[in-house]
Design a binder for this molecule. Structure first.
Ligand code: ZN
Length: 288
């Protein structure tokens, strides 16, 4: 487990408690934090299909994102979390190609899913069914620089200033281009970003239709979490409830800056029990 990962993705209070408890709930031959899913080194061969939901699912027929390609570089490969549904991998490639055409820089791609998806030993509750990918908002000049500048213990920098209320000067037209391209991609269902980023874009982008796909969430001030819709080839994929049609720039966004969202929350002493994985997912790890 990497403490820095907890800091990075810490969704505060209750969710953090759940992550911590699940991460420590190893048993049998597993070391603390490990899950059977994190030991699997091979994809499950078969027609691609995302199964279950982002926080309780798995993936058959995953593609591996290459270490580097036009306009993108995949970082922290030692985590072995660079697998996803082929649509997810295609989407990343297309964003990379768009950035390459724009300025020759590279987007830095973080975690997708494990070879067969499933629960991870650290950092995320989601990223389980091959449809989630983290993309850092900092761009790289070269693959070598990207890998060198992002050791496990040092994340790329935040895009927000003090108190996470305003964009800082690391944010610029390239970041706007990247998040807009992701939001406008037809396969993308939603993008989790810090409320400070969403608010700034609500102000500068004047109710643009793509803003609705930006969903405010804790953290996510240095990277965006892009989630795809359930693909047609995946009948067992559990689609989240749809993103509202409005821009989400009004009262919903204001809540994040109010007292309720920012006061300390009570944490549950007992985390909610982890749901059983779908049966089709249990089959994928049966022999491990
Ligand atoms: Zn993520």
């Amino acid at each position: 487990m990497h403490p820095s990962s907890f800091r990075r993705f810490r969704p505060k209070t209750f969710a953090a408690t759940v992550i911590l408890s699940t991460a420590l709930a190893g048993s049998g031959a597993l070391i603390a934090g490990e899950t059977p899913w994190s030991r699997i080194q091979t994809v499950s061969v078969g027609a691609p299909a995302a199964i279950g939901g982002p926080s309780n699912g798995c993936i058959v027929g995953a593609d591996a994102l290459p270490a580097v390609g036009p306009g993108f570089v995949s970082i922290r490969r030692h985590r072995n979390r660079f697998y996803g549904h082929p649509r997810t991998v295609d989407m990343v490639r297309q964003l990379g190609e768009a950035m390459d055409r724009r300025n020759g820089k590279l987007i830095m791609v973080g975690d997708l899913a494990q070879p067969r998806g499933g629960r991870m030993s650290s950092s995320h509750v989601s990223h389980q069914n091959g449809l989630d990918v983290d993309i850092w908002m900092t761009l790289a000049d070269s693959a070598a620089t990207a890998v060198r500048s992002t050791p496990e213990e040092r994340d790329p920098p935040s895009m927000l200033g003090a108190n996470k209320l305003r964009l800082n000067d690391r944010w610029g037209p390239d970041q706007l281009f990247l998040i807009k391209a992701a939001a406008e991609h037809p396969a993308v269902d939603r993008i989790l970003v810090n409320p400070g980023i969403k608010r700034a874009l609500c102000q500068s982008e004047n109710n643009a239709a793509w803003l609705r796909k930006l969903r405010p969430w804790w953290g996510h001030d240095a990277h965006m979490h892009v989630r795809l819709k359930c693909p047609k080839d995946s009948p067992s994929c559990r689609q989240q409830s749809p993103v509202p049609m409005s821009s989400g720039c009004g009262s919903e966004l204001a809540w994040w800056f109010g007292l309720e969202a920012n006061s300390p929350k009570k944490t549950s002493a007992k985390p909610a029990p982890r749901p059983d994985p779908p049966a089709a997912c249990r089959n994928l790890i049966a022999q491990f």
